[in-house]
Write a protein that binds this ligand. Structure first.
Ligand code: IMP
Ligand code: MG
Length: 184
């Protein structure tokens, strides 16, 4: 069953390739955050959960984690442009170093809403890490500090990314043809 439902997927990024890139980003984060301030990795639920878990372990210093969630795509593949916060932070990040961790920056709307919200909390620094970047889809400019991979305009799943809540647990990233995204 499972094998059949995955038959349309095409491999894009292997788990090994992702792991290598996550290590590099972890080193870059260490390099950029050598001070004594607490460093928070804020994961954008749900897609960034897997990237955040690996990234946190790739940073060789004390990090704290929290999560934030914006309203998502629902079961379609297009962002509505109407982004709401549905889960806020548990902790105060004022005066801390903060990195928003995203799965993918597509139109850029979600990242900008979350960055704006985090900035209001007065962190000492605020940066953005995203596993994937689809620059050809951008509607709003977004400044990305740590980028895993730039990809073409195709719908992808795996390593946290879903299509109607499916495929998040695939170890690598795969492309999914646009038709029948939520298909059986
Ligand atoms: P944006 O607000 O258009 O930048 O969309 C960001 C969110 O859309 C991401 O956090 C994902 O949840 C979702 N998204 C965008 N592109 C893809 C994709 O190719 N596969 C799965 N989810 C995607
Ligand atoms: Mg998401």
């Amino acid at each position: 069953m499972l094998a059949m439902s995955r038959a349309r997927l095409r491999p894009l990024l292997s788990a090994e390739r992702i792991a290598g890139r996550v290590k590099e980003i972890g080193s870059n984060i260490e390099r950029d955050h050598s001070g004594d301030r607490p460093l928070w990795l804020i994961g954008a639920l749900k897609g960034a959960a897997f990237f955040l878990a690996d990234l946190a372990r790739a940073v060789d210093r004390d990090v704290r984690i929290d999560f934030i969630q914006a309203s998502s795509y629902g079961s379609g593949t297009e962002s509505s442009g109407n982004v709401r916060i549905v889960r806020d932070l548990d902790h105060d990040i004022a005066g801390c170093d903060v990195i928003l961790v995203e799965d993918i920056v597509d139109s850029g709307r979600t990242a900008n809403v979350l960055l704006r919200l985090l900035r209001e909390r007065r962190p000492a620094s605020l940066r953005l890490a995203t596993l994937l970047d689809k620059p050809s889809r951008r509607v709003e400019p977004v400044e990305i500090d740590y980028r895993g991979f730039e990809i073409d305009n195709q719908f992808v799943v795996g390593y946290g990314l879903d299509a109607a809540e499916r495929y998040r647990n695939l170890p690598g990233v795969w492309t999914l043809p646009e038709t029948g995204v939520g298909g059986k």
